[in-house]
Write a protein that binds this ligand. Structure first.
Ligand code: UDP
Length: 323
């Protein structure tokens, strides 16, 4: 069998670079597409010289070329600090970028896996969040460029399946962390670790009782590959039985922590740190709680996260120390 060709849009990002590396290890030839807006060529160093790897510096909303068997849609800034810095570009990347990738999938008959997000649930009124939940999202707030952009992308994918029969699937990714997160990313895990390593105050926003569920990057990449590998008839049958129609799976670690607990865990793992916890104002529309229901992913993929928070944090701290 000839080797499979994969396109990873957002391939120089935190998640995209891990996915490229996994695909290369699995024998794929890989094209990584990235405009390096939040991604970095540093993330590619360990594999960029491999013969089956190609990097293309390009915006995902510009015309795309090539023949692929699999297309992975990960191109979008994902940290609140970054996606709010240029909200119009964020919405365009999310919606027009996915439209571009769907057109390419249609043209070359490629299967597409899209990185959606737990943000589509907004500030959820259902807890934990399962895939049938429609969410509680502000259309005009500072997070809306991302949340509504990702929701519109899901709509487009569902319609491309119904109207054009494109074999597209989605994962709704809950907070994910690990090596190659950008140290200035602004997200809570990278912030707390960088602050603790540099003896700076640990900035908890609000009173620190809001919760998140943190998934280690390797667990996510494993779920994405398993989902992409599932035959179409099996996937279609599974989601028809579960009355979702469009294939969409939560991927996250159901372990739920308050931001105060996370700060304490980071300080426990960096015992030499002289950092103190400080409290700062909570950003607008910050979800109060978040925890995935992963029943469907367990059933379809036989998958569940394997890396506990303390272990994943240790590897992430080690990465930031060497950087
Ligand atoms: N947060 C915090 N301190 C920080 C950065 C974030 O307390 O330095 C909080 C933030 O308000 C949110 C949670 O941590 O409640 C997760 O924020 P993040 O930006 O990582 O991702 P989100 O899940 O909000 O997209």
């Amino acid at each position: 069998m000839s080797e499979k060709r994969a396109l990873v849009a957002g391939g120089a990002g935190f998640l995209g670079s891990h996915l490229c590396e996994r695909l290369l290890a699995d024998g794929y030839s890989v094209v990584a597409l990235d405009n390096l807006h939040t991604g970095s060529e540093d993330n590619l160093v360990s594999f960029r010289d491999r013969p089956r790897f190609e990097f293309r510096r390009q915006n995902v909303i510009d015309p795309l070329a090539g023949e692929f068997d699999e297309i992975y849609s990960l191109a979008c800034p994902a940290s609140p600090v970054h996606y709010q810095a240029d909200p119009i570009a964020t919405w365009e990347t999310s919606v027009l970028g996915v439209r571009n990738l769907l057109k390419l999938s249609e043209k070359c008959g490629a299967r597409l896996l899209h990185a959606s997000t737990s943000e589509i649930y907004g500030d959820p009124l259902m807890h934990p969040q399962e895939e049938h939940y429609w969410g509680n999202v502000n259309t005009i707030g500072i997070r809306s460029c991302y949340d509504e952009g990702k929701r519109a992308a899901e709509t487009l994918i569902a319609d491309y399946r119904r109207v054009k029969n494109v074999d597209a699937r989605m994962v709704r990714i809950f907070n994910t962390y690990g090596p190659r997160m950008h140290p200035q990313d602004g997200r809570v895990v990278s912030n707390f670790i960088m602050q603790a390593l540099h003896d700076r105050p640990i900035t908890i926003y609000g009173d620190g009782t809001q919760t998140r569920s943190f998934q280690y990057v390797d667990d996510l990449i494993r779920a994405m590959r398993l989902f992409m590998d599932k035959p179409r008839d099996e996937v279609d049958g599974f989601f028809a039985r579960h009355k979702l129609g469009t294939p969409v799976l939560n991927t996250g670690n159901p372990g739920e922590y308050t931001m105060k607990q996370l700060a304490e865990e980071v300080l426990r793992l960096i015992p030499d740190s002289r950092s103190q916890i400080v409290y700062e104002p909570l950003p607008a529309d910050d979800p109060k709680k978040r925890k995935p229901d992963i029943t469907l992913a367990k059933e379809l993929l036989g998958w569940e996260p394997q890396v506990p928070l303390s272990e994943g944090l240790k590897s992430t701290i080690a990465y930031f120390v060497t950087r």
